[in-house]
Structures are given as C-alpha cells and as structure tokens.
Design a protein around this ligand. Structure first.
Ligand SMILES: Cc1cc2nc3c(=O)[nH]c(=O)nc-3n(C[C@H](O)[C@H](O)[C@H](O)COP(=O)(O)O)c2cc1C
Length: 362
C-alpha cells in the first residue's frame, strides 16, 4: 500500500493544520469554502445531498473565488431500506399533527431515499478536486483506487479504532477521527449499531502509533487551545465544523443561527429522529417529542426524506422547532465573525499555546 503521509501538510499553512468540516444541508457555501481556503486552511464542500449538476456548479463557484485546493465530501453509498406498511403508518401517524400545524399533507413514502451515489462519484471524478473526503463507511474499493489514480487525496471518517483500521486497509490517504462530541451525523459504519461513545481525545490515543496514516481530529474543537490538545495527543490535523456555523459566509439559516447564538453549550444531544442515523444537535421540540417514539422513526436514509417537508416548513416559518440543529458539544463557544478572521484567531490562539508543535512533528 502506498502511504503519502507527507502530503497532507500541503493543504494548509504549516502553523495551522486545519480543515473546515463539510457541512451538508447548506452551511458550507462556496463562499465559506473559498474564504477558508484563501485564509490558508482546507475548505470542504459538502456534496452528499447535491445532484451532480449542483456539485459542478458549486465547484465552479469555489474555483471562481480561490485558486487554493479544496475538498469535496460525499456519503458512502447506502441501501434503501425495505419498509413495511406498518412502519410507514406509525411514522405518518406520529407526525401528522406536526404536519397539520404547517398545513402539510401526509407525505408519500417512496424510494429512492438518497441521491444517486454513482452519479455523484462520477461527477467528482470529472471535477478532480484536490481532496475527496467521505463518511458513513467505506467507498467501493474501485472508487478509492480510481480517485487516488487521478491524484486525488482520499480521506475517510472513523468513529472507532476498528473503523480506522478498515479505512487504512482500504487504502485511503488519511483518516478523520470523529469523537462523540462532534456535531452532525456520526460516521458510524454500521447504521444500525449503537453509539460507540468514544471521545476525541481517547480516539486519538487509541489510534496513534497503531494506525500509520495521518489522523485528523474532529469533535468539539472550538479554540486554538482545543486544537493544541488534539495535536499534542497525536493528531496530525484537525477538522472543525460547529466553530464555523456563525461565520458570515456560512449558509446557516436564520432560525438556526438564532438558536446557535443562544446556546449555552450543554444543550446538544444525540438523536436518530431527523434521519434515522445518529447525529448530534441542539435539542428542540421535534427532538424531545419524537425521542420517546423510536418505533415511529424510519431507518436511514428513509427518515431523512420523510422529515424534509417538516424541516423546510419550519425554516420557511422562521422556527427552529423542527430543524435539525446540528452542533457539537462546543456550541457554547461559538464566535460570529468572517471566516478568514476566525482562521486568524484560531492560528493566534494555537501559536500562543504551543508555537512549536508543528516544528516538533516535522
Ligand atoms: C451542520 C453539520 C453538518 C455536517 N455534515 C457533514 C457532512 O455532510 N459530511 C461529513 O463528512 N461530516 C459532516 N459533519 C460532521 C463534520 O465532518 C465533523 O465531524 C464535525 O463537525 C466535527 O465536530 P464539531 O462540529 O464539534 O467541530 C457535519 C457537521 C455539522 C455540524
């Protein structure tokens, strides 16, 4: 297996090995991705919910704003679950009163429940970004080979040491270690598995020295001091999502922003209610009222499509009650500023913590 350990560092300035997490559902606009890249970190475009034409358009928009390398992110392909009539009627009945509040009809529950992965992957190969990152398991082996043969740097996501091992064996170039603190969906390979619950520092320690690939720490990292701790524990780089949600360039919706601004930090929880997959977000009405009814949650990715009309209606009304308010445990430390300024602040904080980390790692 070819290991290209040295090349991860080419994507960011040497004193700040920082990746902007891909954030599907709107936050990682081309403007945010480009601003982060221009500031010397690696921006990521979240493409999991985009059709191929939209991936192409947003990639062109990024190219118009920066000459720097960036990542495109996909979900590993998932299988549409076979749903029984009983499952569907439980889900529909449990959510009917919510839909009535918005004047929405009962939804038709029909596959397909996700974008066409093969078409997305083909488009990404056509666009040839510097980096392809992915989550939710493994990409088909031939796709990892195809991307690497084109010179694309391939990054997978692991929530346990065992998943990191599988990614290493599959031949990726680097691994995002996602701790339980992370905002958004958990990258757990087995969609039906329970939460492994491993914090980022433990996960780094478990993998350091046992996984030979560069390790990128993610989950609850909000400040330069958090970054310093992850690097000191053994990570080669960090990936931050929540920290960028209030940036001017982020596509975070208005009610989502308002809720983030108010957050004290202790109000995130793990839930399957929005998509059928475990994810971390700020607790809201839909989360707390649906949590006691696991029997009315469809399997991933069906539940994601099933709740889309409610999430949209909630956003249109300016309410956060039915939105998936993805955020990590660090949400109480959010800073609202331009992305380039946030990158500078993080760099300065990191420098004042451990100005020599990068030198000692070289
Ligand atoms: C709003 C939001 C959307 C996300 N969407 C994706 C995604 O599309 N693909 C992905 O690989 N990770 C996604 N993640 C997870 C991030 O890659 C990363 O693991 C997480 O943001 C790190 O934790 P933090 O938010 O506490 O920094 C998302 C995270 C958030 C907060």
């Amino acid at each position: 297996m070819m290991i290209r350990k040295s090349t991860l560092s080419q994507f960011f300035r040497s004193e700040l090995p920082l990746i902007l997490a891909p954030m599907a559902g709107g936050p990682t606009t081309p403007e945010l991705v480009a601003a982060v890249c221009n500031a010397g970190a690696l921006g990521s475009l979240a493409a999991p919910y985009l059709q191929p034409e939209a991936i192409e358009k947003q990639t062109q928009a990024i190219h118009a704003l920066t000459e720097k390398p960036f990542a495109i992110n996909l979900f590993a392909p998932s299988i549409d679950p076979a749903l029984t009539k009983e499952q569907i009627s439980r889900a529909v009945e449990q959510t009917r009163s919510y839909r009535q509040e918005f004047g929405l009809p009962d939804p038709k529950v029909m596959a397909p429940f996700s974008e066409n992965y093969e078409e997305q992957f083909a488009m990404v190969m056509k666009l040839k970004p510097a980096v392809l990152s992915f989550t939710f398991g493994l990409l088909p082996q031939k796709h990892i080979h195809e991307a690497r043969a084109l010179g694309i740097y391939v990054i997978g996501t692991a929530t346990t040491f065992e998943e990191a091992q599988q990614l290493e064996n599959a031949g990726v170039d680097a691994i995002v270690l996602q701790g339980v603190e992370a905002g958004g969906h958990r990258g757990i390979f087995d969609v039906t598995a329970s939460e492994p619950g491993i914090g980022i520092m433990d996960l780094i320690k478990k993998c350091t020295g046992r996984i030979q690939l560069p390790l990128i720490a993610a989950g609850g990292l909000m400040t330069g001091s958090d970054i310093a701790k992850a690097l000191t524990a053994g990570a080669d780089a960090v990936q931050l999502g929540t920290a960028f949600l209030l940036c001017e360039e982020a596509g975070t919706s208005h009610p989502y922003r308002q809720r983030l601004e108010k957050s004290q930090g202790a109000d995130t929880e793990l839930t399957r209610v929005f998509s059928g997959r475990i994810a971390r977000g700020i607790k809201n009405r839909f989360m707390s009222e649906m949590q006691p009814h696991p029997e009315a949650i469809l399997p991933f990715p069906a539940q994601n499509v099933f709740t889309r009309d409610l999430r949209k209606a909630s956003a249109d009304k300016g309410s956060a009650d039915f939105l998936s308010l993805w955020a990590g445990t660090g949400v109480g430390q959010l800073r609202a500023m331009k992305a380039a300024d946030l990158v500078e602040v993080l760099a300065a904080e990191l420098k004042s913590c451990v100005s020599n980390i990068q030198q000692s790692k070289r």
